[in-house]
Ligand binder design. Structure first.
Ligand SMILES: [Zn+2]
Length: 221
């Protein structure tokens, strides 16, 4: 029996889930054609397919135990798994030929470049680290994740703000990349940094531990 035959309340709940998943898939860079070509329409299977198996990896706590914005986490999952529809992957599927990054226009786009080797993304991430009072060199993508998993675990205000900053920075860089490609809109790195900080304040102020830490971060870098 297909999902559309399920009765009343359950059906509308499934439809809501599907619509939400489609929205997230689109944010992740999947097109309608990609979705149509997926063999299984079961949302949980699609979700598992995208996020992959992750039970035994060290960064699990990074994405689960957090003051979470689901859309930030979803994009972070895909970025950690290397599953965003970056140009290197699209080229392998024969969807694009030119792989130049839209943020810097200098190098080819892949996960490691976007987070945060790209000069635009590096400016954003370095400013966010400066805002948090962290002075460290930007590492490659998996090293960034491993460092955060090791050094920024736990539930105190500092670690929670760090994880929010990482999630929202990845999310905003991905959206900026999409806006440049699909809407021909550009935001400068300094405006994007302000936006990221405002979002963290907006979301974090609801949680006592985070709000206390954010009181000390009431400025722009
Ligand atoms: Zn770039």
């Amino acid at each position: 029996m297909g999902i559309w035959n399920v009765q009343d309340g359950q059906a509308s709940w499934l439809v809501q889930k599907i619509l939400k998943a489609v929205k997230h898939l689109q944010e992740a860079g999947f097109t309608e054609a990609d979705m149509e070509s997926m063999e299984k329409y079961n949302v949980s299977r699609v979700y598992m397919q995208i996020r992959g198996r992750m039970e035994k990896v060290g960064w699990r706590s990074l994405v689960w135990k957090n003051v979470r914005a689901p859309k930030w986490l979803f994009i972070l999952y895909l970025a950690v798994m290397g599953r965003l529809a970056t140009k290197d992957r699209l080229a392998k599927w024969g969807i694009v030929q030119i792989q130049t990054c839209h943020l810097c226009q200098q190098e080819n786009e892949d996960h490691d470049h976007l987070f945060f080797k790209c000069s635009y993304a590096a400016e954003v991430w370095t400013s966010i680290l400066k805002w948090k009072g962290i002075n460290k060199n930007t590492k490659n993508w998996m090293e960034e994740i491993q460092w955060a998993s090791k050094c920024m675990k736990g539930q105190n205000g500092t670690t929670m703000v760090y994880r929010m900053a990482l999630e929202n920075t990845v999310y905003c860089i991905w959206l900026e990349r999409n806006a440049r490609i699909f809407q021909l809109k550009k935001t400068t790195s300094s405006i994007l940094v302000k936006h990221i900080i405002q979002e963290i304040h907006g979301r974090g102020s609801r949680y006592a531990k985070v709000a206390t830490r954010l009181d000390d971060l009431n400025n722009y870098p």
